[in-house]
Design a protein around this ligand. Structure first.
Ligand code: C2O
Length: 612
């Protein structure tokens, strides 16, 4: 039940234990000395010294007043209605002074994920776009960089890793920023009972990570005194980028991380990036792997991402749990898949990349997210109405980051939309997936069968002709059987409220299949696939088949409130898919769910129409 915001939560009780930095350590400068303190950037550390630019110099101690101010009208309104969502407000920047214990996997090495806090709640400055006169930082593809670049990049990362723990720019604190925002170290300000701030699984996913890279990159540039320094991006959407970039695989390099899946390292037993990876997947030849990856990209960026909420994920507003919302196409696949693919699956918690709390400890994380960020820019060029949201509850959602000068900066999504204004861009590389066209499995199978028959005839004339592919209709599970545990593939005939819609209607609203009430243990790897009208011929449809609609992917994480249960939904755009299958005139569509990793509970299925 919502009520007036109470005083902020009890600070991290673990903060006093001996292995963690003591909180007062961050406050080692007295307020007056901090006014005189000028960080010496190139020669070493600085500390969290940010002050509000409009600070009146009074030394308010209570955070409660600030909490009330921030909660303001919203908090009071929520108290009356008991329904936070009824009074939509943007997600607000967290209160770093109240950063608490992150919810880590039981048994994981205890870590304090709180970056150095501000002295007081509102000790932050507002983000300002860099001057248009600043040089552009053009991010190169990681497999195309030269020795000079690698030297520079390694030097910058080494310097960042050498910064002390109370310097908010240190590599450790950069990883902590990510952990804090995804493992419940911050509560949403002004919301009672407390709701964790979670930057995955919704529409704030892209902008948060864009800002994280922006500051990470500027800090590196500052450390090596190079205002043009740009992070590399992992070009996993191209045939040449289908491996962990070599620069991250040298054990002697500061870009190396020992906690990765050994099989997936260059030179390992299955080094090719599989954008649709799941544990059971067999290794493919480079050509076949590329075709699969190309088709995955097309589905996630083009045919399956025609509406904003499909691409970005669903809205998350103040008071909302990230539960119940949904990830966008790209956040699930390839983003989530690749996290899990890089992480060490022999470890219980799949560190480093395979668990959100530890992902930022791998320098490859920032390179992976470079390409994720690049996809945001690309998506906007791929068709009509592919624009950013204009909802103020998205535009005004805010995060806090330390900049290269150790200032704590409040950043709103509205300032993140244009990479050029951030003086950031990407090296132009060929994009080979835009026009890829999948083939319905039934046609591919027919072709294969025909070839096989022909060959057989050539070899042994006069034998009876080979049987064509065994094409069986799938056994159907009734819709009334939900909720159910998905422990084997099931198929369900789902009614379609509309059929044969006009072109204009299709542009207006995307037909979607919604997998409702998905319940998972969020700390586990979970993946299941969704296919439409897929005949039972022994092999379920894969990313190269038109029948394949997409996958649900959970990167292990935890988040308060406590329980590891996570309830969410999966919405997949299927207008093109149904057309390509010639099924647009059908009254029902057969939806097949195939568990790949884990056994989620599925609440139900429906066909719906999505306008945005
Ligand atoms: Cu915040 Cu790739 O995760």
């Amino acid at each position: 039940m919502a009520s007036l915001p109470s005083a902020a939560k009890t600070p991290n009780p673990a903060a006093n234990s001996s292995f963690l930095p003591r909180r007062h350590h961050y406050f080692s400068l007295s307020p007056s000395s901090s006014l005189r303190f000028r960080p010496k950037y190139s020669s070493g550390a600085c500390r969290a010294t940010s002050r509000r630019e409009d600070d009146d110099g009074s030394h308010r101690r209570s955070t409660r007043r600030d909490v009330l101010l921030a909660g303001g009208l919203y908090g009071a309104a929520a108290a009356l209605t008991q329904s936070p969502a009824a009074f939509s407000q943007p997600i607000t920047a967290p209160d770093t002074t109240q950063c608490g214990a992150a919810d880590l996997p039981a048994g994981a090495e205890p870590t304090n994920c709180c970056p150095p806090p501000a002295r007081r709640f509102k000790d932050f400055i507002e983000f300002k776009l860099p001057s248009p006169k600043e040089p552009m930082r053009i991010r190169p593809a990681a497999h195309l960089v030269d020795k000079a670049y690698i030297d520079k990049y390694e030097k910058a990362i080494s310097l960042m890793k050498a910064l002390p723990d109370d310097d908010p720019r240190s590599f450790k604190n950069q990883a902590n920023v990510h952990c804090a925002y995804c493992n419940g170290a911050y509560d949403q300000v002004g919301i009672t009972p407390s709701v964790a701030l979670q930057i995955h699984f919704s529409w704030i996913f892209f902008p948060f990570h864009r800002y994280h890279l922006y500051f990470f990159e500027r800090i590196l540039g500052k450390l090596i005194d190079d205002p043009t320094f740009a992070l590399p991006f992992w070009n996993w959407d191209s045939p040449d980028g289908m491996q962990i970039p070599a620069i991250f695989a040298d054990p002697a390099s500061p870009l190396y991380d020992a906690i990765r899946a050994p099989d997936h390292l260059p030179g390992g037993s299955s080094p090719l990036v599989d954008l649709d990876w799941s544990r059971s997947a067999a290794s493919l030849t480079p050509e076949a792997q590329w075709q699969s990856n190309r088709d995955v990209m097309h589905t996630q960026m083009v045919s399956g991402a025609k509406k904003r909420t499909l691409f970005f994920g669903t809205p998350l507003k103040a008071g909302d749990l990230a539960d119940g919302n949904g990830q966008g196409t790209l956040e699930r696949t390839p983003h989530g898949n690749l996290h899990i693919w890089v992480g060490d699956l022999t470890r219980e918690y799949k560190e480093d990349m395979g668990n959100l709390y530890s992902a930022g400890r791998d320098p490859l994380f920032y390179c992976h997210h470079g390409n994720v960020d690049r996809m945001w820019d690309l998506w906007k060029t791929l068709g009509p109405r592919r624009t950013d949201f204009t909802d103020p509850d998205w535009l005004d959602a805010a995060f806090l980051f330390y900049d290269e000068n150790c200032k704590l900066v409040r950043c709103k999504i509205r300032d993140s939309l244009d990479n050029e204004k951030l003086r950031t861009g990407y090296q132009s590389v060929p994009i080979l997936w835009k026009d890829s066209k999948r083939v319905p499995k039934k046609i591919r199978n027919k072709a294969t069968a025909a070839t096989a028959t022909k060959k057989k005839r050539e070899r042994v004339p006069k034998t009876k002709s080979a049987t064509t592919t065994t094409k069986k209709k799938r056994e159907l599970t009734d819709l009334s059987k939900f909720p159910l545990v998905l422990n084997k593939a099931i198929s369900v005939a789902v009614p379609r409220p509309r059929k044969n819609r006009s072109k204009a209607e299709k542009e207006e609203e995307e037909e979607v299949v919604v997998v409702k009430g998905i319940e998972i243990d969020r700390s586990q790897v979970i993946k299941f696939d969704v296919a439409l009208n897929d005949d039972d011929d022994g092999a379920p449809a894969g990313p190269r088949d038109t029948e394949f609609a997409g996958s649900f992917v959970n990167v292990p994480h935890r988040q308060k409130p406590g329980a590891s249960k996570f309830k969410t939904a999966l919405t997949l755009g299927i207008t093109d898919l149904l057309e390509d299958l010639g099924a647009d005139g059908d009254d029902t569509v057969v939806v097949t769910l195939v568990p790949k990793v884990g056994e989620p509970v599925i609440g139900g299925l429906k066909i719906d129409y999505l306008a945005d």
